[in-house]
Design a protein around this ligand. Structure first.
Ligand SMILES: [Zn+2]
Length: 437
C-alpha cells in the first residue's frame, strides 16, 4: 500500500477538499480520509490533484503529422495526403514505436486511458498479416508499456465513400465486409483484460454501407462502440444524397444509437439529430483542437448535453495533446459562436475529461478520486508562473493550466517519471522513421 497526501483535491463537481489521504493498493484506491497535514510515511502531493484524463479519441499514428500538415497553407487535402503517406509506410514495429512514443507523451500530460480508433489493419499491399490482428496488438502493447489503459476501438472501414470502393492505402483499412471484420475482431477480443478493453468502431457512414451497420454494432454487444459522425457538412450532404437521411438518422434506423455509442465530432447536426442522440443516451466526443485544425466547425455541445448526451473529449489527430486545452476550447468556442459567456462550468468540463470519458471507454471504475476506483492522480503545480494566484480551483485546471504545470502523476497505481526530454527524443526517433521530410 502506498499513501499519498494531497494538499488539495477535486472529488467531483463542487467538491474541493484541502488535506486528503489517498491509499493505493496495487492499481486501485483502497481508502481516502481527511488529514490536515501529511503523515511522515506519505508521499506529499503539493498543489491541486485531479483524476487522470481519458483521451477518448486517438489515432496514434497521426502524431507524425504534427507541424507537417500546416505546410504551404495546410488545406484539408494537405492533411489527408500526408496522413495517407504515413499510413502507407507503417509496419507492426514502426506502428508500435510511434504509438509507444505518442502514448508516453499522453501519460506526461495527465492522460491515464486512451480510446484508440484503429483502422490500419492490413499489410502494405492490402493483404492480411499472418496474424490479422498484429497491428491492433501492437497498439495494446504500446499502451501497456507506456503505462496507459487502452480501449482499442477496432474500426470497420469498407468503403472510401458512399458506394465507392477502397483504393491505394485504403486497402490497408478494409476487411472486405462487416462479417470479415467481426470474425477478425472476435479473436482480438481475447486480448481484453485488466486495463485493456476491446471495443468496436464504425469508421463513418461513408465507410460502412447501410446494410452492414447492424453487424458492426452487434459484434461486441457489451463493449464500447464509437463512430465518426457529421464532422464535415460534405459528409451530411453526401449521406442525404445517397440515402435520403442524415447520418444520425441512418444510424438510428439501423439500431446503432444507444448508451454504448460515442458519436465522435457530432459537429453538423439537425435539431432532430440532437434529440435522437440525446434520447438514446449516446455520448458525444468532441475533439476541439483537431476540429479547429481541420476547419470542421463548432458542434452544439451544450444542446447535446441538455438533450441527454454526456460530453467526452479527445485529441484525435494530435495536432496537440493537451486535455486542458480540449476542455477550455469547448466553452471558448461556444463563446465565439454565441457571443455569450458561461455556457459551461469548469466542473462540467473536468467531468467530461475524466469520469464521463473513462466510462465511455468501458472503464466504469475510473475518473474519480474515490474508493474502489483506478488510482489515477494528476497533480498541478499551482505556484508556477502560469497558475500562481489563480485560486487553485477547477477554474485554474480548466482555464489556466497546461501539461507543463503537471508536477506529479500516478497512473493505474504507478508513479510516472516525468522524463520530458526522454519522451521528446523517443518521439523524434519514432517519427523520423516514418516520414520523408
Ligand atoms: Zn478521428
Amino acid at each position: 500500500v502506498t499513501t499519498y497526501w494531497c494538499e488539495r483535491a477535486w472529488l467531483g463537481p463542487g467538491q474541493i477538499v484541502d488535506g486528503l489521504l489517498v491509499e493505493v493498493a496495487d492499481s486501485h484506491i483502497s481508502a481516502i480520509d481527511a488529514a490536515s497535514a501529511a503523515p511522515a510515511d506519505a508521499i506529499r502531493l503539493a498543489g491541486l490533484t485531479i483524476p487522470g484524463f481519458a483521451n477518448c479519441h486517438s489515432h496514434a499514428f497521426h502524431r507524425a503529422l504534427r507541424g507537417r500538415t500546416q505546410r504551404e497553407r495546410g488545406t484539408f487535402w494537405t492533411w489527408r495526403e500526408t496522413m495517407y503517406d504515413v499510413a502507407s509506410r507503417l509496419d507492426p514495429d514502426s506502428y508500435y514505436d510511434l504509438a509507444y512514443a505518442t502514448y508516453r507523451e499522453m501519460v506526461l500530460t495527465g492522460i491515464t486511458a486512451v480510446g484508440e480508433f484503429h483502422y490500419l489493419h492490413n499489410d502494405r499491399d492490402g493483404a492480411r498479416y499472418d496474424d490479422p490482428n498484429v497491428m491492433g496488438i501492437a497498439l495494446i502493447e504500446a499502451a501497456r508499456d507506456a503505462g496507459l489503459r487502452i480501449a482499442l476501438l477496432d474500426t470497420c472501414y469498407l468503403s472510401a465513400g458512399f458506394g465507392a470502393p477502397v483504393e491505394g492505402v485504403q486497402r490497408r483499412f478494409t476487411d472486405g465486409s462487416a462479417e470479415g471484420w467481426s470474425g477478425r475482431v472476435e479473436a482480438l477480443a481475447k486480448e481484453s483484460g485488466a486495463g485493456v478493453v476491446v471495443g468496436a468502431a464504425i469508421h463513418s457512414v461513408r465507410a460502412v454501407p447501410r446494410e452492414q451497420l447492424a453487424t458492426v454494432a452487434g459484434a461486441l454487444p457489451d463493449a464500447p462502440l464509437h463512430v465518426h459522425l457529421s464532422e464535415q457538412q460534405a459528409e451530411n450532404d453526401a449521406c442525404v444524397d445517397h440515402y435520403g437521411v442524415t447520418p444520425t438518422r441512418l444510424l438510428r434506423d439501423r439500431g446503432v444509437l444507444g448508451p454504448r455509442l460515442s458519436a465522435v465530432h457530432a459537429t453538423h447536426l439537425t435539431d432532430p439529430d440532437i434529440v435522437d442522440l440525446g434520447t438514446a443516451g449516446c455520448q458525444v466526443c468532441f475533439c476541439p483542437t483537431t476540429e479547429r485544425d481541420l476547419a470542421d466547425g463548432v458542434g452544439p455541445a451544450r444542446r447535446l448535453e441538455t438533450a441527454g448526451s454526456a460530453l467526452t473529449l479527445g485529441s484525435d489527430s494530435h495536432a496537440m495533446i493537451d486535455m486542458f486545452e480540449e476542455m477550455r476550447a469547448v466553452e471558448l468556442d461556444e463563446r465565439l459562436v454565441s457571443q455569450r459567456r458561461g455556457t459551461w462550468h469548469a466542473d462540467e468540463l473536468l467531468t467530461a475529461a475524466t469520469a464521463n470519458g473513462h466510462r465511455s471507454l468501458g472503464f466504469v471504475d475510473a475518473g474519480r478520486i474515490a474508493v474502489g476506483y483506478w488510482a489515477d492522480l494528476v497533480t498541478l503545480d499551482v505556484t508556477a508562473p502560469r497558475t500562481a494566484g489563480s485560486g487553485a480551483g477547477t477554474e485554474t485546471a480548466v482555464f489556466a493550466a497546461t501539461p507543463a504545470e503537471v508536477s506529479h502523476i500516478v497512473a493505474s497505481g504507478h508513479p510516472v517519471v516525468l522524463d520530458r526530454p526522454g519522451v521528446g527524443a523517443l518521439l523524434d526517433r519514432a517519427i523520423g522513421a516514418v516520414v520523408t521530410s
